[in-house]
Ligand binder design. Sequence first.
Ligand SMILES: [Fe+2]
Ligand SMILES: [Fe+2]
Length: 347
Amino acid sequence: MKATQKEVLFSEKMLAVVSQKYEAAKEPKETWAPTDFLPNFASSTWQEEVKELQDNSRNLSDPFFMALAGNMITEEGLPTFLTWINQNDHIADRSGVDDHAWAKWARAWTAEENKHGDILHKYLYLSGRVDMRTIEITIGEFIRNGFTTKSLNDPYRGIIFTSFQERGTRISHSRLGFEAKKAGDESLGKICQVVAADEGRHEAVYQSFVQEVFNQDPSQMMLAFTETIKTGITMPLSAAGKDTFEFFSKVTEALGMYTYGDYIEILEFLLKRWNIDKLEGLDDTAEKARDYMCLLPERLKKIASRKKPWLLENIKEPLLWVNQEDSLVSHLQTKRGQLESLQLDQV
Ligand SMILES: [Fe+2]
Ligand SMILES: [Fe+2]
């Protein structure tokens, strides 16, 4: 008789994978802490340290800061993600201190994610580049609205979602870090990269969980993968409201921080990561789903080729969350050396 979802998720092999990933997630005292990368207010040099942080931040544009703030807000939505993880059938941490490997992993993961919002929040506050009050309001709205991945409490779909989402966040943090370094802001570059490194490990962890389910229950996992992609990977910031999310997406696309092309790349990566074209033992429905999924990246590329990409100069609205002292207009003027020719109404 075919194993149930619960039997697969709590099989010896599966639990060995989850436990191993849990053990590999270092205890908080053995890994980095946000203050390792921020000014130390107990030091006699704290004023110089803050000034240096603020001076370095001046090399980066307002759209960059809007993107960074959006990433921070996403991380600060962590309470909604933990709620969501604990809605998943079988693997949820029902008591808050459950002793099974899935619950332990989820708590270790949450402890790591908590540092991401923490470090970015403190950095942005100290930089003086952003309007903290509007950011705090957006965080409040995000958490108050709530967030769902639309995975219907199905743990197979849940770990597909996180495999995708963690790779997406790794890409965006890593690109911001690269930009910061390029602009001469080494310390912000390090902050973004230490966060990106965690996200990189998280994506690998969730992808290995999915791999083990594919090993044991290929047809059901194939259907879960297909349904998750068909439903769409909901970006967490969408919980902050449609307008906010659409504007953020425009800016991040225009900056090249996260684009539709990245979405397709992640899909292609996952298809290869789990050897979808070589999967064996699929039933008829899962075979059909596999065919659909293998053709999907090419179909999406065709759609992408017809899409007009967003450019910073076409974004006319005032940016979200940033202090407007160094506006998008001045950013474009500096960037393109068109100080004289630019008219306010052209940008
Ligand atoms: Fe994170
Ligand atoms: Fe993560």
